[in-house]
Design a protein around this ligand. Structure first.
Ligand code: ADP
Ligand code: MG
Length: 488
């Protein structure tokens, strides 16, 4: 191929074999691989011939136009995008057509919803005498979105979802309520015992086995991972995520919230109010630790504490020193925290779902106790929270990356102070005290997050494809010297 073929910095492309008649691509020699916008990416097919199915909305301003594509999966690759985030992406091979030329390229599949171009043509696709002139656009002609004129416009259909509730306690209140709430809304919910899942770690065909049988694909997973299963549970969740399932609370977010030290660092980084907190490992640091939180009285907490079990109040400096020395002697990981006396033995649980506090309750410790945990004899009642408290709770869940969270805070003289963010918050106390259908609100949120796949009618699609090839629809290239924001 000796004749040179010029591409501008933006071009119209099509993928006849995928059923995509027109897509606007940014030609970017700064990027190595090409990328295609895709959602609901889902592997299928036998291990020997792995395929991926995905949904594409080729027109940024018209998400009602939806095309379901399938292509052979050639790889999965860790790709770092220009915003520095890395992501494991499916790689497909497809024939791209620009102007009169058609050639095979590799494409990574990723959600480009927030990008200006639904496709990126990277430098590995630019070969065989292809020349890029970054000063011009649409050298190979314009197709335009008119080719989609007779594609069906579809309102997202609500279809029953197949939901897995990942729990070791299928009979507890929270698990039962989630299943019930899903079923009330017409979905199918199955309890999957985390401990009985085994995994085949395979790049192109990730699978999860349950008591030795391969699990079907779920639309969504609701993780309810107990503290004793955090690590294995996270691995199981990551495996579900690899199969394209929507995960209500991602593994990394659960891990962050479980690690009290890391959680505090994340909250501090997000500028969220919390009690002054210190952590150290060296035995010589007892005095520094006490100074760092402003002296006694102070609270010492074991990092793996739950239900208030590993939380101790030291009234005096002397008491603080002996508690810290004792914990250290046990080689335990702990934090030292300022005691928020004015909270008066009460804390507030804010239940966050999808960036909103949907219910809240106040837990009051019994007399002579500062820990308000219900397991320590505390009592719960419904409470009205302030806008500051609401905002702190929402920001704390967001800092952790949790879409469902139980955020505990103390009312202090200087505003709300976050104590902890729970990634599998119990539903019993909060539903009983608030009288709200919190389980239902969780399922509703999940419905909004899971993309449903609806197939366009095949006959119409064929005619649209013909239209794409019709010359009268191909306008002559308009040479544009400077483009709009490229924004990658
Ligand atoms: P756990 O994870 O074991 O529940 P928490 O950090 O939530 O540990 O502490 C348990 C309870 O102790 C809290 O609900 C709160 O009532 C009380 N508490 C914890 N930290 C403080 C503090 N710094 N000041 C005052 N009370 C506290
Ligand atoms: Mg607690």
């Amino acid at each position: 191929m000796s004749e040179s073929f010029t591409l501008g910095w933006e071009e119209w492309a099509s993928f006849p074999a995928l059923g995509i008649p027109a897509i606007k691509a940014k030609v970017d020699t700064g990027a190595r691989t090409s990328a295609l916008h895709a959602i609901s990416v889902e592997p299928f097919g036998p291990d020997k011939n792995p395929q991926v199915r995905f949904v594409i909305h080729p027109i940024p301003s018209e998400p009602e136009v939806e095309i379901v594509c399938a292509a052979p999966a050639v790889d999965r690759r860790e790709v770092t995008s220009s915003n520095g985030e890395s992501e494991l992406r499916w790689v497909i091979e497809a024939m791209v057509k620009v102007g009169g030329r058609e050639w095979p390229i590799e494409l990574t599949l990723t959600n480009r919803e927030s990008m200006n171009y639904r496709m990126l043509l990277g430098r590995t696709a630019i070969r065989d005498g292809i020349v890029v002139n970054p000063a011009v656009s649409y050298v190979q002609g314009k197709i335009g979105y008119k080719v989609y004129a007779d594609f069906p416009r579809q309102k997202p259909v609500k279809r029953p979802l197949r939901i897995a509730i990942l729990t070791r306690e299928p009979n507890n209140y929270s698990s039962r309520r989630l299943k019930e709430a899903a079923e009330v809304r017409g979905h199918v919910a199955e309890m999957i015992n985390t401990a009985r899942c085994s995994m085949g770690i395979n790049t192109l065909s990730p699978a999860i086995y349950y008591d030795g049988r391969r699990l079907p694909r779920y639309d969504a997973v609701i993780p309810r991972i107990g503290a004793s299963m955090t690590n294995y549970g996270m691995a199981v969740i990551r495996q579900f995520a690899m199969t394209g399932t929507y995960i209500l609370n991602p593994a990394a977010a659960i891990g962050a919230s479980r690690d009290k030290l890391y959680a505090h660092q994340l909250l501090a980084r997000a500028g969220i109010g919390m009690p002054s907190t210190a952590f150290a490992h060296s035995p010589k640091d007892t005095k520094t630790l006490i100074e760092l939180v402003g002296g006694a009285p102070l609270v010492v907490k074991l990092l793996e504490s739950t239900q208030g079990r590993g939380v101790v109040l030291a009234d005096t400096r002397k008491a603080a020193e002996s508690v810290i020395d004792a914990f250290r002697g046990l080689d335990a990981n702990f934090i030292v925290q300022e005691f928020v006396k004015e909270a008066g033995g009460a804390d507030i649980r804010c239940f966050v779902v999808g960036g909103k506090v949907v219910a809240s309750m106040k837990r009051q410790a019994k007399a002579d106790e500062f820990r308000s945990n219900l397991h320590r004899g505390g009592t719960a009642e419904s409470v009205k929270i302030s806008p500051d408290e609401r905002s702190a709770a929402v920001r704390a869940a967001k800092a952790m990356g949790l879409s469902v969270a139980g955020v505990d805070l103390l009312r202090s003289d200087s505003g709300p102070k976050i104590l902890e963010v729970n990634s599998s918050p119990g539903l019993e106390g909060i539903e009983r005290t608030s009288g709200k259908d919190v389980a239902g609100l969780i399922i509703e949120h999940l419905e909004g997050q899971v993309r449903t796949v609806s197939l366009p009618k095949p006959s119409r699609r064929k005619s649209a494809l013909k239209a794409a090839d019709a010359p009268e629809l191909t306008e002559i290239a308009a040479i544009k010297a400077s483009g709009d924001a490229a924004g990658e």
